[in-house]
Structure formats: C-alpha cells, structure tokens
Design a protein. Sequence first.
Length: 481
Amino acid sequence: MLSRRRMLGLAVTQRSVTAVEVATAKGAAKVLRAAQFVFPEEAGFEEPDRLGRALREFLHEGGFSASRCVIGMEAARLTAREKRLPPGSGNAVAQILSVAVEREFASDRKELVFDYASGAGEDGTPSVLLMAAPRRHVDRLVAMAEGAGLTVSAVTSSTMALADSANGMLLAERLVLHVFQGGVELAARSRGGPLMVWRLSVSPPAEPEGGRPAAETWLDELAHELRRILYMQVGDSAAGRPRELLVWNETGPEREVWDALAERLGVPVQLCASDEWRGSAEGGAPPRGGQYSAAAAMAVAGLKGHRPPVDFLHSRLAPSRQLALRRKVAWGIGAAAVVLLAGALFVVDLIQTQRDVADLEARKAENAPSLAEASDLVAKAAFARAWHRRQPRLLECLRELTLTFPADGGIWTTSLSIQEDLRGVVAGKATGESMVLKVLDTLKANPRFCEVKPLYLREAGRGGREVAFAMSFRFIGTDGT
C-alpha cells in the first residue's frame, strides 16, 4: 500500500537518468529521495533490459521504493508542430489531427508515436501542439523501466511537464527555460496550454577559458538564441504585451548571470524552485534552486493523477482496437447487404441496362460532329481566357515584391513560390539580419500584402557573415481580395 502512495519521476537524457521519488504527506506532495543515475559504459538504450537491471540496482541502493514512474524525454528527440483548428472542432480534434498525421508523416508514421496538447493561439483561436516521438525510443524507455521493476504511468516531455507544473504562476504568456546537465530547453506556454518546445544549441557553461568567464560567453550565446526565438515565435503581434521568463536551473550559473540575461532581453527573469523540497527529511539536505525540478514535476503530476501535456504511452491519436473491430464488422455487414441487393436486382436490371447502352451508343454516333465542334470552341475560349484583364495579378504581385527589395543590394532571393491563391514563400540570403528585417517591415507595410510572417532567420554557414531567411505572404492587390 505504501508504494501506491509514491511516484517516481525519471528525467532521461542521452547518458543519464535523474530520479526523484515523491510521496503524499498530510495532503501535500513531498520529495523523499533524488539522485542521478549515470549509464554504465557497457550499457545503453540499445540494450534496455541490461540498462534496466543496472537502474534497478541503483534505485535499490538509493532506498527508492516507488513501483510506478513517469518518464520524461529530451526535446532533442521530439518533433513539435503547432496546428490551428477550425472553429467548432469540439470532439473532432483527434480525427482532424489523424488526417494531418496521415498527410504530413505518411512515409514514417509507423516509426513515430503521436500525441497532442490542447491550447489556444495568441488571437484566441483554438490550436494544438502536435508532437511526435520515435516509437523505438519510447519502447526502449518502457523496457528499461520494466527491467528496473517499475510500472510506467506515462511517457512525456520533461520540459513540457516542468512548464505545465507552473500552470498558475504569474503571466498568461510565459517562457520556461530548463537548464540541466548537458542541455538547455525552452517551452512557451499560455493559459490555454503549451505553445511550443525547443532544444537550444547551447550547453551549460563549463570552466573559464582564455581568461574570460565561460558563463559570460554562454550568456551571449543564450541571449542570441532566446532573442531569435522571441522574434520568430512572437513577432510583432504581441509587441508590448507583458512576458516573463521562468528559469529552472538544475545546474549552471548563479543569480547574477540571470540578472544580466534579463537586462539583455528586456524580459523579467524569475528563478524557480520546487516547493516539494520543503520539509524533506528522508532525502537529506534539499538541493539548491531548481535541481531535479523536471523529474520532481513529473512525479508530483503522476502522484496526483494528472495527465501530462502529452503522453506517448497513452496517445489520443493511437487507433482504437475496439473501434477498428467495430468498423470491420460494420463494413462486413454493409458489404453483405450490397451483395444480396445487387444479386436480387441484377436479373431485372440487366436487360434494361443493355437497352440503355445501345441507345447511348447510337446517340453518341449521331452527335459526334456536334461534339467535335463544341470541343474546338471550348479550347478557343480557354485560350482567350488566359488574356483576361484580371489575369495579370501574378505580374502585379511580382512587381510589388520586386520593389520591396532595395536596389543597392545586400539582400537577394534564392527561391520564390507562388500558389494559385497568390500565397507565396520567398527565401534568400542577406549580408546581415538588419537587411532581412528591413525587407520584412517594408512588406508588412505594403497594403497589397497580408499575412506576412517570417519562417526562419539563421546563419548561412559557419564563419560567414551571410544569413539565410524565408518569409511567407499573401498578395491581395489593390482591391483587397
């Protein structure tokens, strides 16, 4: 009975597992034990049973007694896409996303596990965060836990679970930065739910190098990454709205570095710590700040019976076996009915059908000259329609798009795609980010364009000054249609 009141959170990285055991004490969750399991050199995800036995021995030696666990994955192994939903989707969300998965992941759908987190866009429209995880990796994580004698309650994203644990904190729109050993991840969340999760291309600072503190060098890289994500994700639509960056610092710089980051970003930064450490006695001295925070957040949510934002073990997009069986039965009954009905009507309909076919063939031969004349007229009309006065809207779009780019150079296009509804994507390169932002602002200010959005802005190559960019738009012309 005691183990049923305890839950284990396992935050899994490439070569380690952070384990936190949580129990209920006087109606509140309290962390009992926390430790980090580093993979033996001879064991890895390729041998989950062997890794599970090593984890089981580690937990036993550390005094962990929980039999249930929630497993968290790194964002580096996940694929996330925001999906806007049509109004009134209601209970049809799973069906809509299943169609999207069929269309966008047709080639590797069997290799992935999908789930989604409900939310709302900045304009209040319903949206979801569609996420995919490698099916093989999920199976290996479950096999590792079972090898350690654990029952897996859920498999989710560590950083998303951490962001979800701050559901009632502060502002409606917030960013959650998770700094842990070997990686940095960022999650965007609103009151409606998760918006996106990223794995940043920076690592926690190491020892000082070359006389300059490594923390300051790391801070420069982190500020650049966050500024780029803030611009690409938020854009101008949320300008002036309050935001806050919540930092869960499991390992890394101290308070002074985060104060400097707040000054560079112009965004308030708050260091977070888990309340569940308070009053902990069995686990020894509680760790500092947000150490073990992701694993603790998953354990607390699992102990309270809360479903994580995404659960790849109990996906809402997984096909239901019972539903599939019902569909097969229904299809079988329908097919049998069709066969019986066709057999009953076949004899009666056969003679009439033969007579109709003969009559149609005779009429076709009689009207052959008229059909040839009509086909010629249709071909001429289609040719003339191409020269209708409203047809050159594509040329008008190309002209306005060309005038947007400065004549003195510094930025150029490498590809341009325009669809029939005059939605387009332009990609290119520039000598600096300022050139791209200038073109983007000019395009937004042009009343003949709408829905202008940046798609990406990144360095074109290592060691170079050029940047690559892409932006999407819709041309509405002078009449606004």
